[in-house]
Design a protein around this ligand. Structure first.
Ligand code: FAD
Length: 491
């Protein structure tokens, strides 16, 4: 029988790879993590600038240790879980006709919704309908949630309630969850994610930055014998007789393994393993899958704390007559423009303030903002280039919060190509297999592939959830499926 160097090579150390490798190591398998970057963590990684720890993405974790992140640490036998930090007020959402502040406490939810309904100008008579449409899915059974997977959320809420401001709010919030146009958001996936986040009551930001989570997984796995090699770009997944048997790296090394877990996008996995090793139908299927949008970002250091909220969400309206009544068409146009690569007249941004959760991420007295906006992936021809998107996003922030601009020390402007290079996923999507209707729940790509021994994990396959937690859950599920195959000597 062929001798393999390790049981499993895991390509990538983002949330998906780190979780998959940790669960496999905890189950006693020999794991080798290969990461192309100098730093681990993928989208949750960081860079250091003048003593400031800057997240590569812009992160907030919706379930803290009460979701899949806690599960991985439990399986590793971790004694001290990554602490999730909170701040109050947690979130402020400023739109053209609303300005709402909220936190994660369940008991503050009625006040949050009351303020929301008042500001959207709902008539008290419509409250029962609102409650039915909004709150009922949040308390529905898992089966009921599943049955909503193929229903557009837009039809379930906004269409019915005929309130464009409310639709804009929903469209923005779902944009934060899934980074896809509102018309393509599944009511089931949205209800599932919101239910879990509300029930966990553990949303927060990890002490030490987003990378603290994949780092804890990988450290835990290494304590159990796993190996980590950084600066190792996998150039080829080796397939022999229809089975993955190892990988080759750009520096000419070969690592043999009983199985390979790839956590790049599905298309990049096919490229690495060779198209000819997959059935043409499968290749066509993967080509037809949609990714989420990409993102442009600006990392902004301020010379003093200016913002008190943990996360800012803003919506800037630059229609020719801003303030004129909003219509559903305006919101559809917003997404059509975004998909076409044209900076929309109504532009939303998302801006976590990491130093409000963990002040040690920057020198004393400074504040870091991680501003981001959904933008086209860089493999699409866009009407406006990344610089125009970044300018519009900064303009939106400085217009809504003018007190910020006088305190700017520096701004790092990061276009969508930055994410593509860092994560190694073509186009740099935020979620590589988007959570569009038809790509969630039972219809989501599984963790297995047609090539024996080749598994996929992270945001490209399996699971439900928001961003990091989707990728983490996918990593756990992938590891379980693979561990069963290893146990049964199928590989
Ligand atoms: C700007 C931005 C903001 C976000 N905000 C949030 C948020 O607030 N909350 C949230 O929950 N989620 C958020 N997300 C989403 C979340 O970060 C991702 O969904 C999740 O972290 C993806 O994890 P992953 O393991 O699937 O992939 P990645 O994190 O992309 O990891 C893939 C890893 O594989 C490595 N790799 C790729 N190809 C190769 C190769 N050939 N050889 C070796 N290594 C390779 C990469 O270097 C990388 O480390 C955000 C993402 C972005 C980009």
């Amino acid at each position: 029988m062929k001798r393999f160097e390790v049981d499993v090579v895991v390509i990538g150390t983002g949330m998906g790879g780190a979780a998959a490798g940790a669960v496999l190591a905890a189950a006693g398998h020999r794991v080798l993590f290969l990461e192309k970057n100098r730093e681990i963590g993928g989208a949750c990684s960081f860079y250091d600038k003048q003593g400031v720890h800057v997240d590569v993405g812009a992160h907030f974790f919706s379930r803290g240790n009460r979701g899949p992140i806690g599960e991985v640490q439990r399986r590793l036998g971790t004694r001290h879980f990554v602490p999730f930090l909170r701040c109050n007020p947690l979130l402020r959402i400023q739109g053209p006709a609303f300005d709402i502040t909220g936190d994660t406490r369940l008991r503050s939810l009625p006040r949050f919704y009351a303020s929301l309904f008042r500001q959207f100008g709902f008539h008290p008579r419509s409250i029962p309908l609102l409650l039915n449409r909004i709150v009922a899915p949040l308390v529905s059974s898992q089966r009921a949630v599943q049955s909503m997977d193929s229903r557009p959320l837009e039809e379930d809420t906004s269409g019915m309630l005929q309130n464009p401001q409310f639709m804009l709010f929903n469209s923005t919030m779902m944009g934060l969850y899934f980074v896809i146009p509102f018309s393509q958001v599944s009511a089931g996936e949205a209800a599932w994610c919101t239910q879990k986040a509300l029930r966990s009551r553990d949303a927060g930001y990890p002490r030490g930055g987003a990378v603290a989570v994949p780092r804890a997984f990988i450290e835990g796995a290494r304590a159990l014998g796993a190996r980590l090699e950084r600066n190792r770009l996998v150039q080829r997944i080796c397939v022999e007789n229809g089975k993955a048997v190892g990988v080759e790296t750009a520096d000419g090394r070969y690592f043999s393994s009983r199985a390979v877990v790839s956590t790049t996008s599905l298309r990049d996995t096919i490229r690495l393993a060779g198209k000819a090793n997959f059935p043409p139908r499968y290749n066509r299927h993967v080509r037809g899958l949609k990714s989420s949008l990409g993102a442009v970002q600006a990392k902004i250091l301020l010379d003093r704390p200016v913002i008190k909220e943990g996360i800012l969400v803003g919506i800037r309206d630059t229609r020719p007559s801003p303030g004129s009544p909003l219509s559903q068409e305006d919101i559809h146009r917003l997404w059509e423009d975004t998909l076409a690569g044209k900076v929309p007249e109504i532009l939303s941004f998302y801006c976590p303030v990491p130093t409000n959760f963990d002040p040690r991420l920057a020198p004393d007295g400074y504040q870091l903002l991680t501003l981001t906006a959904a933008a086209p992936t860089c493999d699409h021809k866009a009407i406006d280039g990344p610089e125009a998107w970044i300018d519009a996003m900064l303009d939106a922030l400085f217009t809504l919060r003018p007190e910020i601009q006088p305190h700017v020390v520096w701004i790092d402007r990061l276009g969508n190509r930055f994410l593509e290079r860092w994560m190694g996923k073509r186009g740099g999507p935020v979620i590589s297999t988007g959570q569009h209707i038809g790509q969630v729940g039972g219809l989501r790509h599984p963790n297995t592939t047609p090539v024996a021994g080749l598994y996929v994990a992270g945001d490209c396959a399996g699971a439900r959830g928001i961003g990091t937690e989707l990728a983490c859950r996918s990593g756990i599920d992938c590891a379980e499926t693979l561990a069963r195959a290893l146990h049964n000597r199928l590989l």
